[in-house]
Ligand binder design. Sequence first.
Ligand code: UDP
Ligand code: MG
Length: 321
Amino acid sequence: MLDRLDTNADTPQVWVVAACFNEEAVISNFIDRLNSLVSISRLVLIDDGSSDQTVKKILEYKRNNALFKDKLPLTLLQLTRNFGKESAMLAGLDYVKGHCEAVILIDADLQHPPELIDQMIKAWRNGAEVVTAVRNDQDQESRLKVATASWFYKVFNGIVDSIQLKEGAGDYRLLSAPVVKALTQMREFSRFSKGLVPWTGYQSVEISYQRVARIAGNTSWTPWKLLEYAFDGIFSFSAIPLKIWTFLGLTVSGLSLLYAFWIIFSTVLHGIDVPGYASLMVAVLFLGGIQLIGIGVLGDYIGRIYVDTKARPHYFIRAIH
Ligand code: UDP
Ligand code: MG
């Protein structure tokens, strides 16, 4: 094997950043796989408040490796609790900023094949500012998930002007140093990285890959969390959901006015017609529903403003090993 310290002298510093949350089953395997890539110079793991043996396994690995200088240097940032993947990634980016020329963000659960890294680095050395791994494995997901995901992308791209999201482009990326700096400057909460990276405007090159199924452990996504994430995406990149209420209100008022004229006209012609219970109920419930949705959307934006104005730190670090 090549001596990593020697190769570092003339190869650029490419660091790998991965957030881990309860990954005891795969973490050693993950570090092993990265260890065999000589093109990278350091691995930075962020423990996002795991309650299992993840930290212990990483520290064990670090101790064993310290004796060999051809092994991949490893840093562990231990967060004080589970802050969520987006905050954990931000902790990683804050830490590596200014120390390396490119960063690779990858999931620690081995669903992102580490072997793609060499290809990503090659594209970056050919001038790419961002390299995005795009998965082409829709067949592995349930039909419902594929359908809802594609519906989300259509809605998002339809109403957001500033950026276009690509289906399958996730969190497996190479970011050059200026992009890392840009991302760490954006301190908003409810971070939606999928959108933040294209929003910076740096040019991306795409590489397609097959995502593998998780070999162990569980995904932390529930249908509810996915729905919330989808709203995060749309609400943090568009104000259109706020604006449609004016339009909807105008349309409903206009139609009611027409209906009022119709009632006057028909009363004059045929006299008063007493029945009307059903149509009244429908109108009341329909309008009540619409108003509640409107208030809900308002509430969501206000909630975001509330969280952002508190401007709390995104995470706290207990220890750096
Ligand atoms: N993760 C994290 N904090 C969390 C949830 C997940 O750091 O609160 C990490 C997790 O360890 C993994 C990556 O984020 O490395 C992706 O998580 P997961 O596999 O649950 O998501 P999916 O691959 O299904 O999108
Ligand atoms: Mg995963």
